[in-house]
Design a protein. Structure first.
Length: 92
């Protein structure tokens, strides 16, 4: 019994789909969570004022500073730096 082109196409499509799904399952959770660190800000990466990631040494310092700022009365708090406006009107 000869193999028809339709059977070959079906087999190839099924193999391609199975290969694509298997590739998605091998993405490491840590790899996918940390990819934003390597993407430049202009390309959609983390902004410059993003807090450090949990589990790093800078994260503990950041949390201690936040707690210190929380305990200071509102009138005495340091105002966070606001980003400069570019002077462009918003696009609606």
């Amino acid at each position: 019994m000869p193999i028809s082109p339709r059977q070959i196409a079906t087999l190839l499509a099924t193999a391609l789909l199975a290969h694509a799904l298997a590739g998605c399952g091998t993405i490491n959770e840590k790899l996918s969570a940390g990819m934003g660190d390597f993407i430049p800000q202009w390309a959609g990466g983390l902004p410059a004022d993003a807090p450090p990631r949990p589990g790093t040494a800078k994260y503990e310092e950041y949390m201690k500073e936040r707690e210190r700022q929380r305990l200071v009365p509102a009138a005495e708090r340091e105002q966070p730096a606001t980003p400069e406006q570019s002077g462009l009107d918003p696009v609606h």
